[in-house]
Design a protein around this ligand. Sequence first.
Ligand code: AHG
Ligand code: MN
Ligand code: MN
Ligand code: MN
Length: 331
Amino acid sequence: DKHTLGSTIGTTLDRFINDKQGEFPFATGELSQLLRDIALAGKIINREVNKSGLLDIAGAYGATNVQGEEQQKLDVIADIRFTRALKNGGEVCAIISEEEDDLIRLNSNSRYVVAMDPLDGSSNIDVNVSIGTIFSIYRRVTPIGTPVQMEDVLQKGDKQVAAGYILYGSSTMLVYTTGHGVNGFTFEPTLGEFLLSHQNMKCPKDGKMYSINEGSYNSFEPEVKAYIEYCKEQQYSARYIGSLVADFHRNLLKGGIYIYPSTEKAPDGKLRLMYECNCLAFIIEQAGGMATDGQRRVMEIEPTELHQRVPLFIGSPDMVNKAHAFRGEAS
Ligand code: AHG
Ligand code: MN
Ligand code: MN
Ligand code: MN
């Protein structure tokens, strides 16, 4: 009726966080404030991303990161923006970032640790294809007020208190979970607000799309080759954007599987456990999907180093289980 027509304005992220605060363990408002700080950083990066062609911030930065990748200017800008927003917010005692060799210590009196991929899909920045930010939030295990230790940042994915991503796509979205389901917010630039647009997101049980870089097909393990052949027999669609966040988001909405397996160039896969795999694993499990390294749940893997890589099979549960089934069969 005319009262509901076009009533797309959903709840603002701030109100949603306030309404849900009671769900947080130790609801002291600190995690709520940290989520707001992350959303603010996302708004700032969104503005830079939207203008990257106009300002001199496109292209390579002229350095390589600890991953051995050539850093893009926006990789570095996003890393700086996020770190500054979290430092100013005051809720974070340590950050690990794809773009920083070591952990960054912030406020030793604060309770939360953030693992982040400031800009995911960097190869797509200059060609105007969707890119994203991925983050995880943990509670420190050492006492507040003492210096942060590696045990505070190297925690397995099951210990996450929150995880999410920001997708700078045809619209800019923030999708996150605190362990009570997954909710998506769409940025309304004229208001400068993230508005609730996708409530209680659930991943379809099965799907007909698979995302994998078939350029590395020749070095895939036999069971991965066998699963890809199965997908082709089923006449599934191949969709590979080259930005994990974008492929993940589409699979979350429509059903599908994303695989970054072991390859000759990346024997442990390319994706990083702490700020790509664990974050999306938390989200997909909260949405009813699955995330494994081809055998084990990603979130059970005990991390041993900040930037360790693991193979990733993530998306619709029926598709991930089907991919696993070939591990036994294929010799
Ligand atoms: P990042 O840009 O943060 O380094 O991550 C890029 C990742 C992921 O976003 C994408 O799916 C994958 O790398 C693409 O890797 P290939 O080009 O090897 O397929
Ligand atoms: Mn990178
Ligand atoms: Mn990434
Ligand atoms: Mn990145």
